[in-house]
Design a binder for this molecule. Sequence first.
Ligand SMILES: [Fe+2]
Ligand SMILES: [Fe+2]
Length: 444
Amino acid sequence: MLNWDNPLSTELTDIEKPAAEPQSLAASYAASEVLSGKAFDGDSLWNRGVALPEADAAPIVDRLDEQVVDPVVDLAETTPVEDLAGVAADKVAEQALQGIERDQTEAQEALAPVMASDKRVINGVADVNQLAPFKYPWAWEYFLNANKNHWTPLDINMAQDVQDYQHNLNDNERHVYENVLAYLTTSDILAMRNIGLAVMEKMTAPELQIYQARQVYEEALHTWTYQHCIETIGLDQSEIYNRYRVVPAIHGKIKLANKRLDSVMRSDMDLRDPKNLNDFVMAYIFFAAIFEGCWFYNGFTPIFSLQRRGLMKGTAEQLQYIMRDEVMHASFGIRVVKQIILENNVTLDPQAIRDMWDESEKAEIAYAHHILKNPILGYSAEDHIEQFRFIANRRARQLGLEEPYPNAQNRTPWLDEQANMKKEKNFFETRVTEYQTGGALDWG
Ligand SMILES: [Fe+2]
Ligand SMILES: [Fe+2]
């Protein structure tokens, strides 16, 4: 049983402990201030709630004559140690009174209400701590719907997957399985960092940030899920997690994502600057429409093709839950970026968009030829590549852009059904609890 007052040990290990314990808390604080060159101002200990025993105070007062001259220091020098407490208390009371007067003045200045209509996706001047009324009620709906797709990887029985991996997959299928996991797990860390560190902080409407906070959690949950699969199957973790570094075809996609996303992962990025704004919009389009909308969406397909033959059903069900999240991430991101374009009159450069599709397709082709260098039953590299193009067209339409691959064919018409797992679940019976709440949503 967990102890919720102290669920995990708070004891430091030997490595974490400082080399020497200070003699006392008061002496430690005072010594650190004196040694760091700051003037010891007499009341700093009181502000920290530290009592000043006489034994600790005496050596401190001895050192005060080395300090920069300060009225309080002067006071300390001329005041007996036993009176220091009373003097400091009076000073604290005086400062508290000044603080209250200052707060009252600031409160009078901050009374103007903000209107929902003042909100903007970025560069807004409304109050980011005031959730409602909503300017973007759809963002709140995304948050509510996201909470209907909730699971943990521990809910799903993986026992048959261990058996399948060891005895029922051939070498080509094991190669597919391992490489897909290696790619996905790296991608989800990257997704978590991008939403949490590059995107969320630039939003100026709290209803957008609320959903993105949920998204950050979901990306972490996805990473846990892959780790759970890797651990349960018994794969070599060091080898799997390094694969994106040493396999050029996997590295190519991650490198491209880093190239497009790293430039906007800066907290000091001023989005009122047109160049910065354009960079941010292009990065967001790449992230929502390609990284999540195509690469993730299509990234699960090789495992689903195994699932359709009754193999690796536990892993596939885990990925079905993830796919639901990713569909929402992509769709939310596309909506947000369209709103940014609208509010800021951004004009997209058609050639820059074309280049983005082309380099993403090139990376996907290399990846497909790596994971499926030998086709598996019912799925080939050509299927994977064509499916990328087909889904890319869908994302372009959602963005209001022209289709990049007008003649692309839907090679896996069963893929969209895969996101609606209600039917699949009862068929595969990998989980005993019935999934309750997501059936009415359009997950496409
Ligand atoms: Fe994810
Ligand atoms: Fe995502």
